[in-house]
Design a binder for this molecule. Sequence first.
Ligand SMILES: [Zn+2]
Length: 67
Amino acid sequence: MSAAPAKKAPPCPICGRPATPEAKPFCSPRCADIDLGRWLGERYVIPGPPDENTPPPRPESDDDRSR
Ligand SMILES: [Zn+2]
């Protein structure tokens, strides 16, 4: 195994151009914006299951303790 120089920046995931240190890991703030929009869009598209059922009430009935 030879130690390879890890100085190769990954290409922009949006357009594939070499990323710049200014907008890592994107090539430009614009691509970063696009990626962000994608994320938000995906979140919108993903149909979330209706998880709005309230938890069941506790079976304990300690109403006598109040008296
Ligand atoms: Zn780009």
